[in-house]
Ligand binder design. Structure first.
Ligand SMILES: Cc1ncc(COP(=O)(O)O)c(C=O)c1O
Length: 383
């Protein structure tokens, strides 16, 4: 085995989940998904497809109908994107890996804004590239970008800038002016931007349908790849369906990479994706309303606990917080599981920068469970 692979860290979130085995009464808020199943109108489309015998290989870049539907969906939110610039992928994480395969190899430098979901920074490492981490800074409990530090870190030596906003785990969101500065800077240094915007719809700013996207400001030929997923906006985590928006120059190569990775996304899953997009205007605002209710149930209760440092996130589906005196997040998360029946993700899973913090996924069909979870935390802390 390549030494590099042998040395990859295991998932600290799984470590906490494993600690729960044998403990019956655990409220799990550790993974990044809702406990609400995919809506029936999406599931039905997949069932119909299977009934119709759509069990064969599909085009590398996705069903033409799905690429067209994605083009219309994206165009409704951002600047128009031609269907030929879209590649359908087998999940968001697959989209990100494909982007990295196309853009970073041994000896290349990737700058990543962190803390971040660990898969993003593991992918370039797997491919032999080096990752330079630029940390968000905590200001009054909220994680914020140090734009000057980021622009300093991205030089002509930087092949890829990796940025996830709205951010998992911190909820930090890129603002338009920051995006403009980053895009202008990367045009000068010749750096590719890989933007993970899978949480763009999970955005709570009143009057906004989605978070600011690089797709609002970039030209088709910019060195920009945007990775997306059906997982979060359509409750489709288990389906493994995503997409990439690419400059025209990268599309043919991406078709080849998909051929060598998965060959195509399954047709019946793509049919479900088509149904999801057809129902998006009706479904997504309702989902975001429910998630907002979850956020607004959890955050005031967490904020009210003495010794808890937390900011209300504008995007994403996580409360990211720390408890005074608890500096070892993995040990703390394990104790919370085994002694309090509360399942949270340790900050250390997202990088050393987030040590001491905990991530609580508030996406739940039953916000009462969030209140129950806070009660467990409160009594564990003796408050
Ligand atoms: C920041 C971020 N990007 C990408 C993904 C990938 O989502 P999926 O592979 O389920 O499409 C996730 C999932 O948690 C995520 O948090």
């Amino acid at each position: 085995m390549r030494q590099l692979i042998d040395q990859l860290p295991g998932s600290k979130i799984r470590e906490v989940a494993n600690a729960a085995l044998g403990h019956g009464d655990v409220l799990p808020f550790w993974f990044g998904e809702s406990d609400e199943a995919t809506p029936a109108f999406i599931r039905d489309a997949a069932v119909r497809s299977l009934h119709d015998g759509e069990t064969f290989y599909a085009h590398n870049l996705g069903l033409p109908a799905l690429r067209e539907a994605l083009s219309a969906y994206i165009g409704g939110l951002h600047r128009p994107v031609h269907a030929q610039r879209i590649a359908v992928t087998s999940s968001g994480v697959n989209a990100l890996m494909l982007a990295m395969q196309a853009l970073a190899g041994p000896g290349d430098e990737v700058v990543a804004v962190v803390p971040v979901w660990p898969n993003l920074t593991a992918q370039p490492v797997i491919l032999g590239a080096s990752v330079r981490r630029v940390s968000l800074k905590v200001v009054r409990g909220a994680w914020q970008l140090d734009l000057a530090a980021l622009l300093d870190a991205v030089t002509t030596e930087t092949n890829v800038l990796l940025v996830n906003a709205p951010n998992n785990p911190t909820g930090w969101t890129l603002m338009r002016a920051e995006q403009q500065a980053i895009l202008a800077h990367c045009r000068r240094t010749g750096t590719w931007i890989v933007a993970d915007e899978v949480y763009e719809r999970v955005y709570f700013k009143p009057g906004e349908r989605c978070a600011p996207s690089f797709l609002d400001i970039a030209e088709p030929d910019d060195r920009l790849v945007v990775a997306h997923s059906f997982s979060k906006s359509f409750l489709m985590t288990g389906w493994r369906l995503g997409w990439l928006v690419l400059p025209p120059s990268l599309v043919e190569a991406m078709g080849k990479l998909i051929e060598f990775n998965t060959s195509c996304a399954p047709t019946f899953v793509q049919r479900a994706g088509l149904a999801a997009l057809a129902g998006a205007a009706e479904f997504v605002p309702g989902l975001i309303g429910r998630l907002r209710h979850c956020r607004d149930t959890l955050l005031p209760q967490l904020t009210a606990l003495p010794g808890v440092q937390v900011a209300t996130p504008e995007g994403g589906m996580y409360a990211f917080f720390r408890v005074e005196g608890q500096d070892d997040s993995l040990a703390f998360a394990k104790r919370l599981v085994t002694e309090a029946g509360l399942g949270l993700a340790p900050g250390a899973a997202f990088g050393a920068e987030a040590e001491g913090w905990l991530r609580w996924c508030f996406a739940s069909n039953d916000p009462g469970r969030l209140t129950q979870g806070v009660e467990r935390l409160r009594s564990f802390l003796g408050l």
